[in-house]
Design a protein around this ligand. Structure first.
Ligand code: C2E
Ligand code: CA
Ligand code: CA
Length: 619
């Protein structure tokens, strides 16, 4: 048989004095491809086998050890095989018989980097193989990591830049003042061991800064670094001073909360999330808002033998789901829930979306966008809806994220574009000045057929391209800058306009805006909603308006929910407004609002405006 997995060529020592059991182990291992199996029937013999390899410990794969082996002190052996450096540890699978009293293993600090797993004897072959493979892979990973580090050190030394590496590491610690990943894992291992013994609670928060690469790419590392420092300080203030807090990647943090239940950790995570959401980061005249996605995993999810790396991984997985679900969210790790439920939801929605596309069960709604200077309707935003099985309306937040994950979003985008143009074409001639804004997904520009569809549909219907504006988000543009810009320019050449949607929601970059060919900047609703009683938001909106104005772009405020806010926006100089104050999304175009809205916007008295608005809504 050809052995493809090099791990299976490593030496496995079967330390078992019972010849029947030794034979069974041998058989199980060789059936699973392990080719170099050696036998020891005493502790002394184990050392005899190991001795010739003391210069090449990587050749030894693992020891399967009967805990009753003559002449073998288990604690001593695990100690001597583990307390070398972490990559040369020799993993041990202990076969624990019922008769022997529970083995007292050395404490974690004594064990250093041990890789030990106990399974009951008589053993289950499946469990034995699982334990052997897992431990050997872990060892291999450590070994490779060690090799890479060695290589790096050698390279650096040979170039006489070892100081540079040290300096690099130093600045990284200096940056946030937090422990690094290695340190974190080491301390977490101790905490996990202790908590396990004392049955204590604890939870790990995996915190990832949303869209951080954007700020680094667009504003430079200095600004990115400063943001990380400010976020660190912000989060530090929210948690007990003794909490173990680490920066484990460029924009990834791990926080361990001792003696906290899952519920308590969730409350803390929510506090962190909302505090970061409300935090504003200034650099010169530019202001950013940031958000974090947080995954939580607790010690009751962790098994006693779990490696701290696994706990971090679970936190990361939960965090990834928070990101998939739109970022700025907290998610709890749950083996069944996280992966399976998400998957089930996708499986549930995919056929419904496909059917809706096939059977035209999508429909469009229109929400007016109003000129704040005189209340005239400038255009309408097109918002897609799905008709459910029993006729109920399904909103996009329920099916767009699934469609994005499952690759159906482009079909929806094309459906909306075609139907919106058809809608314009069918309007009576006295409405020929009405124009529409159409949302495009982040991936829309990855497909060349978008341009073709728009061009062909416009030619076919004779609709003027100037009646279409496409709304795109920052993410869409940033994912593939060159291609996106190229495509936008081509669509603009047809005569269509563009708006940058949800502006400010991510790391809004004004530098980016400078080079990006859009006509409108649509300020994200989070800055508008509380404009009335939030001074910071007013300052922010003002600066967005100023800069957009300088760049020759018009501003639109979304989520204008009250007449007061509309008046404020008008004072600040925002050009256009959209929101429930002017009209909700409707199946048909709202007409006849203009006059009262014009009065409302010219009114210096919000109470008068309020009355007018109520009248308006009862029309
Ligand atoms: P968006 O583009 O930011 O659209 C604005 C959303 O805010 C709409 O929700 C709208 O109904 C809602 N809205 C408008 N005024 C107010 C207000 O005053 N207060 C509040 N609280 N909300 C207001 P909707 O229609 O549920 O759409 C949600 C998101 O779904 C959109 O966000 C957009 O990202 C996406 N979407 C909607 N239609 C389409 C589409 O045709 N294609 C694509 N790709 N995405 C779409
Ligand atoms: Ca939009
Ligand atoms: Ca928006």
């Amino acid at each position: 048989m050809i052995n493809c997995d090099p791990l299976k060529e490593k030496i496995i020592i079967v330390a078992e004095h019972d010849s029947v059991s030794a034979q069974q182990i041998n058989l199980t291992l060789s059936e699973n491809g392990f080719s170099d199996i050696r036998h020891a029937i005493s502790g002394e013999q184990i050392y005899e086998i190991l001795r010739p390899f003391h210069e090449q410990p990587e050749k030894i794969g693992l020891i399967v050890l009967n805990d009753n082996l003559p002449d073998c002190k288990l604690a001593e052996m695990s100690h001597s095989l583990s307390c070398t450096t972490d990559c040369f540890v020799i993993p041990i699978v202990i076969l624990k018989s019922d008769q022997t009293p529970s083995v007292i293993l050395p404490t974690s600090s004594e064990l250093g980097y041990s890789l030990i797993y106990q399974i009951p004897s008589p053993f289950s072959p499946d469990l034995l193989i699982l334990a052997v493979c897992c431990l050997m892979r872990l060892k291999q990973e450590r070994f490779l990591r060690h090799q890479q580090e060695e290589q790096l050190i050698n390279e650096l030394a040979s170039k006489s830049v070892i100081e540079a590496k040290l300096k690099f590491l130093a600045t990284h610690d200096e940056l946030t003042g937090l422990v690094n990943r290695n340190n974190f894992e080491r301390q977490l291992r101790l905490i996990m061991n202790l908590s396990n013994k004392l049955k204590k609670e604890g939870a790990l928060l995996f915190i990832d800064v949303d869209r951080f690469s954007l700020i680094n790419e667009l504003e430079g590392f200095d600004v990115g670094d400063r943001l990380l420092v400010e976020l660190t300080i912000l989060i530090r203030k929210l948690v007990p001073a003794t909490s173990l807090f680490a920066r484990i990647g460029a924009d990834e943090f791990c926080l361990f909360l001792e003696n906290k239940t899952r519920k308590q950790a969730q409350v803390i995570a929510e506090t962190i999330r909302t505090t970061v959401e409300n935090f504003r980061f200034f650099t010169g005249e530019i202001c950013y808002s940031a958000s974090v996605s947080i995954g939580i995993t607790s010690l009751d999810n962790a098994s006693p033998s779990q490696h701290p790396g696994e706990m971090i991984l679970h936190g990361r997985q939960a965090c990834n789901f928070a990101k998939i679900n739109g970022r700025d969210k907290v998610r709890m790790y749950n083996q069944n829930d996280v992966a399976v439920k998400e998957h089930r939801r996708d499986i549930y929605w995919v056929p419904i979306i496909r059917k809706a596309l096939r059977e035209n069960n999508l429909f469009l709604m229109f929400q007016p966008v109003v000129q704040l200077s005189n209340g005239d309707i400038s255009h309408y935003e097109v918002l897609v809806r799905m008709r459910g099985e029993d006729g109920q309306t399904i909103t996009p937040d329920q099916f767009i994220p699934v469609a994005e994950r499952m690759g159906l979003i482009h079909a929806i985008d094309l459906w909306v574009v075609e139907n919106a143009i058809d809608f314009l074409a069918a309007l009576p001639s006295y409405m020929s000045r009405i124009s529409l804004a159409i949302n495009l997904s982040g991936t829309a520009f990855q497909y060349p057929d978008l341009l073709q569809t728009i061009r062909e549909k416009l030619e076919l219907t004779w609709v003027d391209a100037g009646r279409l504006t496409f709304e795109i988000t920052e993410t869409a543009a940033v994912d593939n800058f060159e291609r996106t810009r190229d495509m936008i320019n081509k669509i603009r050449d047809l005569g269509c306009k563009f708006a940058l949607d949800d502006f400010g929601a991510g790391f809004c970059s004004f530098n980016y805006l400078k080079t990006f060919p859009v006509d409108f900047v649509k300020i994200d609703g989070q800055f508008i909603r509380n404009l009335d009683n939030n001074e910071t938001d007013r300052i922010l909106v003002k600066s967005m308006v100023e800069i957009a104005g300088k760049l020759g772009k018009k501003t639109i405020a979304e989520f204008v929910e009250t007449p007061n806010i509309a008046l404020r926006l008008k004072e600040i100089g925002v050009n256009l407004g959209q929101g429930y104050a002017f009209g909700r999304p409707e199946r048909n175009l709202l007409e006849g609002h203009q006059v009262s809205l014009a009065i409302m916007l010219n009114s210096a008295r919000p109470d008068v405006a309020d009355n007018l608005l109520q009248e308006n809504n009862t029309l």
